[in-house]
Design a protein around this ligand. Sequence first.
Ligand SMILES: Nc1nc2c(c(=O)[nH]1)N[C@H]1C(S)=C(S)[C@@H](COP(=O)(O)OP(=O)(O)OC[C@H]3O[C@@H](n4cnc5c(=O)[nH]c(N)nc54)[C@H](O)[C@@H]3O)O[C@H]1N2
Ligand SMILES: Nc1nc2c(c(=O)[nH]1)N[C@H]1C(S)=C(S)[C@@H](COP(=O)(O)OP(=O)(O)OC[C@H]3O[C@@H](n4cnc5c(=O)[nH]c(N)nc54)[C@H](O)[C@@H]3O)O[C@H]1N2
Ligand SMILES: [Mo]
Length: 727
Amino acid sequence: MKKVDAGGGWPAIRYTLRKAREVGGWWKLWKAMRSRNACKTCALGMGGQRGGMVNESGRFPEVCKKSLQAMAADMQGAIPDSFWNTYTIEQLRKFTPQQLETCGRLVTPLRIRCGETNYRPISWEEALGAIADKLRQTEPDRTFWYFSGRSSNEAGFLLQLFARLYGTNNVNNCSYYCHQASGVGLSSAIGSGTATVVLEDLEHADCVFLIGGNPASNHPRLMTSLMHLRRRGGEVIVINPVIETGLVKFRIPSSVRSLLFGTKIATTYVQVDIGGDLALLTGVAKRIVEMGAQDKEFLQNHCEGVEPWLQSLAHTSWDEITAKSGCTRQDIDAVAEKYASAKRVVFSWTMGITHHVHGVENVQAIANLALLRGMVGRPHAGLMPIRGHSNVQGVGSVGVTPQLKQAIFERLESHFKISLPTTPGLDTLGCMEAAERRELKVGFCLGGNLFGSNPDADFADHALQQLELLVGMNTTLNTGHAHGLAEDTIVLPVLARDEEPQMTTQESMFNFVRLSDGGPARHTGPRSEVEVIADLAARVQPSGPAHGPFDWSDMRDTGAIRQAIARVVPGFEQIERIAETKQEFQIAGRTFHEPRFATASERARIHTHTLPELRGGDRQLRMMTVRSEGQFNTVVYEEEDLYRGIDRRNVILIHPDDFERLGVAPDQTVTVRSETGELPGIIATPFEAIKPGNALMYFPEANVLVPRRADRQSRTPAYKNILVTVE
Ligand SMILES: Nc1nc2c(c(=O)[nH]1)N[C@H]1C(S)=C(S)[C@@H](COP(=O)(O)OP(=O)(O)OC[C@H]3O[C@@H](n4cnc5c(=O)[nH]c(N)nc54)[C@H](O)[C@@H]3O)O[C@H]1N2
Ligand SMILES: Nc1nc2c(c(=O)[nH]1)N[C@H]1C(S)=C(S)[C@@H](COP(=O)(O)OP(=O)(O)OC[C@H]3O[C@@H](n4cnc5c(=O)[nH]c(N)nc54)[C@H](O)[C@@H]3O)O[C@H]1N2
Ligand SMILES: [Mo]
């Protein structure tokens, strides 16, 4: 397949036209896209009260292929009841993720028990009754509650509150497979776990670091900001083992000039080895100090831990840094020089940084480098983890974490006169491992695809099968409905956010709370997430003094839930009246435009690290598992990877220079092996754009190869650094 010369542009526009036809015309799609609801895909924060396709600076039209895909998926017809009779579970297992997704919308509760061959449509009464019965008979700590990041703040808050009052802290969200390392790393550095900047800051920066991410395909609307930065003469420094086409050149559909000629994005592109970022970032810091370009006054007045770090920089040799990063002195010097001459620098990163056993240290190293020149705690500069799911940050903010933040815990207890469990609670991988040991009996998933997103797919399949009951609240079918079925599996069909009968809220990665109006339901059958949760809670914990303070049926009202959120979640006070005021707002205490941080001393903390060795022996490759432009997580829309010029997914992409060493021929069919599993029938595909010694495969197909190695501090699995051999 021919590689395109730039990201975005005409293919994206053609795609839009095709999707419009599929869902029944332009006007229908346009109306859906313009409705006042927060965008459903990434967390960049489009839509909300300013109307669809408007960004947080008010710019319009901001649209990407992903948001159209997600919208078109929700606009599909219903899966007819006859489908469940026609297709057995064995047949569903053979469906590709795309086939599953395009079966249509789930509109009836479904149930399948061990030994049965087909899902059976059941009534809501049977579904909720069975779940409530099982929960009442189960010890709370033998259940777990997993949340994906698509649901509203209201649904997230309500379900975690119910789980805790029911009696467990086994509450977690997909962030544990995503940006958890960012949250932990940032909190350890500045006392707050989210971006320190707003979109406006980015619009004034003169240099942006883009580390370990591919926003051209995963956060396309960020590309508009980068285009503006380039037009202002700013610098974009990309650190990535792969030269990603769209980071070199991108055609922004809403700009005629960019669409016709393409906009150059990266001004410096450094190909680090997989896992080499910690060494590279340390090297850049060392060079900055050698150049005397650090901000001494800032370090002295606003940071702690500076001295030991400076000493360790001095003691770390250049040989160690170059060997452990895979980068040359020239690369490192070039980055340091650009950084030293910039005045307003934003550091952004994604999964290439967090999906490592030293993910938290990677994030701390980014914070260190930013602090070294005083780039945190001032306008137009700072730290910006680019979030994944559209509301993953929001569900985390409102309490979907095993341990509640101290303030939320205390306020919940005092405000509602309740006592909450104090056990540590399990993270996502911890829940899966406990399920496999048969320590857990019930799993409850608010959205997502827990099977498909897990490392070690065979393990995940087996672990979920050990459960006595698995419940999923979903909009469409995914591989998790065909694999990893428990003794009893129940699927509950829910409304998408633009079909909700009531308003809901979401939080963008810039800490901005958005209001979604909801809209008319497209199908009869699916129910609102909040309503389902409130109903279930009422069945398990009937109201009355003996059962605690909540009349759960009152909590069907999203306004009542927002009132509770406003009282217990610091920074969310304004959410209480948001339905009347329509005032979307910035969460207080998270954006740092002054060098006063959220730590006890109000100083930022510098961390000192030892540099990990690059992994891999002579016959091995370091392999990353990543997304293509045509998928959204476990949902694969298109087989081809347009930007990388690859037309199939059963491939391992290897640099041409590596073939001889590995003893395989280009385009040969191979078996890829890791310590965890093997995948036969994979085509060893030459790929110039990747750094030699490294390889690329697609998530989720490659998950059978991903070991359950996770970062000790954040528990984020190392999805990006897997040692493999090819035979
Ligand atoms: N189209 C689309 N958009 C999405 C998603 C999707 O699936 N499809 N998913 C959403 C979600 S939940 C998330 S979290 C984000 C993910 O967004 P990204 O993090 O951009 O997605 P990944 O494909 O995981 O890719 C990571 C990038 O990291 C690089 N990389 C791998 N290993 C290393 C390393 O060791 N060091 C460095 N420096 N780079 C490395 C890879 O080459 C790749 O370019 O996107 C969100 N948006
Ligand atoms: N090997 C490897 N594995 C990875 C990654 C990787 O890079 N490599 N990335 C990891 C990352 S970053 C993430 S975030 C996870 C993703 O993990 P998840 O969030 O668990 O998975 P998704 O595929 O995003 O979930 C998609 C499903 O969500 C449901 N859904 C969509 N909209 C709604 C809604 O409005 N409400 C409800 N209730 N359900 C809805 C649909 O049924 C759809 O099938 O995967 C992780 N796994
Ligand atoms: Mo993610």
